[in-house]
Design a protein around this ligand. Structure first.
Ligand code: DSN
Length: 426
């Protein structure tokens, strides 16, 4: 081994090391409210940064195309067994590198090019991979969409059924990125069965809530359930597919060799650790608190006159109409960022503004709940959000809120031992 191989990151590449230090500090000192983000444990970080990154393990446990896979088999079997237990699933594939690749594999397990997908319109809370024309899903397949109702801003199952009967989709896909309400899994399965479609549910956003018993599970209803593992589920950035025995071989073949080569064994190991954490009783408490926090946060914003899309939330996220107060989502994102609160601008259903300057923001509670924040902090944060939006053109006012935010963050430490002192800008 050359001397260079044994240098620490700070010695070998100070520029990258410095960016990691600064990112660690950024994550600590602000309020992370992007609904799809979370903070993994030190144990998950350690597994994700482990020497399994060196290993090729194409194939599946016991059936690999490379030698030396005995320990890769240990971690993949653990990840599979724990995920099966967590979601009461018969078959699990833990190799997809991401949610998009999990969806690509799920489709290719049951569809051929040109077949039809019916999914929730991205503009109404869906996901790019559910048929958007710029995604592989919209290029490879014929796509049709269902929507939310104008009056309730909740899924219009009658429209979904009428569209399914008319368009005869081969896959009906549920789930999305910005939908705050419960899904009617049983009704979706009925609609899929009526037209002979495969019912795929993408539970990426809610997987942790499902695992923690704070949200009903799509797994008993869907033919195939896909997910990411890094959102509410609080694992490493990655994907996973669950299904019954009838589709197990097709799904496995679609992941490898269909979509991917060698799995990221270090990330599979980190998934095993995260699923082990999610099986613990504390995770149930966490999931329930995520939902309770979102409700309190929504109430705080509603009390200040903000319109919450669909009138509230059943999960970890809120979609807030800021345009009704004359603010663009992009302006709100910028102002809140200056105040140390990270959210993302988001289209709202039937938005009259364009996606880069939409009418809403999406706000989520998974990451702050991991830090230990509860209802009192949510009330405080709702008040800061309202104040920051009121003072959106006053940089001094926003800076003052940022100071208060940092004081709160300091009381809920994150990765304390990894944190370098506050970076000094040159
Ligand atoms: N980009 C993710 C989200 O923020 O919801 C979905 O893939």
């Amino acid at each position: 081994m050359t001397e260079r191989m044994s240098l620490s990151l700070a010695q070998a590449d100070p520029v990258v090391a410095d960016a990691i230090d600064k990112e660690t500090f950024r994550q600590h000192e602000g309020l992370e409210m992007i609904a799809s983000e979370n903070f993994v444990s030190e144990a998950v970080l350690e597994a994700a940064g482990s020497i399994f990154t060196n290993k090729y393990a194409e194939g599946y446990p016991g059936r690999r195309y490379y030698g030396g896979c005995e320990y890769a088999d240990v971690v993949e079997n653990l990840a599979r067994d724990r995920a099966r237990q967590l979601f009461n699933a018969e078959h699990v594939n833990v190799q997809p590198h991401s949610g998009s690749q999990a969806n690509a594999a799920a489709y290719s397990a049951v569809l051929k090019a040109g077949d039809t997908i019916l999914g929730l319109d991205l503009a109404h809370g869906g996901h790019l991979t559910h048929g958007h024309k710029l995604s592989f899903s919209g290029k490879l397949y014929r796509t049709t969409f269902y929507h939310v109702r104008r009056d309730t801003e909740q899924i219009d199952y009658d429209e979904m059924e009428a569209t399914a009967l008319r368009e005869k989709p081969n896959v009906l896909i549920g789930g999305g990125s910005a939908y705050p309400r419960l899904w009617d899994f049983a009704r979706m399965r009925q609609i899929a069965d009526k037209v002979g479609a495969t019912f795929v549910f993408d539970m990426a956003h809610i997987a942790g809530l499902v695992a923690g018993g704070a949200h009903p599970s799509p797994v008993p209803h869907a033919h195939i359930t896909t997910t990411t593992t890094h959102k509410t589920l609080r694992g490493p950035r990655s994907g996973m597919i669950l299904c019954g025995p009838a589709l197990a071989a097709a799904v496995d073949k679609a992941v490898f060799p269909g979509q991917q080569g060698g799995p990221l064994v270090h990330i599979v190991a980190a998934k095993a650790v995260a699923f082990g954490e999610a099986l613990r009783p504390e995770f149930r408490t966490y999931a329930a608190q995520v939902v309770a926090n979102a409700k309190v946060l929504g109430q705080g914003l509603a009390d200040a006159g903000y319109r919450i899309i669909s009138g509230g939330t059943d999960n970890h996220l809120l979609l807030v109409d800021v345009f009704q107060k004359g603010i663009l989502g992009s302006e709100a994102e910028l102002a809140l960022g200056k105040a140390g609160i990270t959210v993302n601008k988001n289209s709202i259903p039937w938005d009259t503004n364009p996606p880069l300057k939409p009418s809403g923001i999406r706000v989520g509670t998974p990451a702050l709940t991991t830090r230990g924040m509860k209802e009192p902090e949510m009330r405080l944060i709702a008040a800061w959000i309202v104040k920051a939006l009121d003072q959106r053109n006053d940089d001094e006012g926003l800076e003052k809120i940022r100071g208060e935010v940092a004081e709160l963050a300091e009381q809920f430490p994150l990765y304390a031992w990894r944190r370098a002192p506050a970076p000094v800008e040159a």
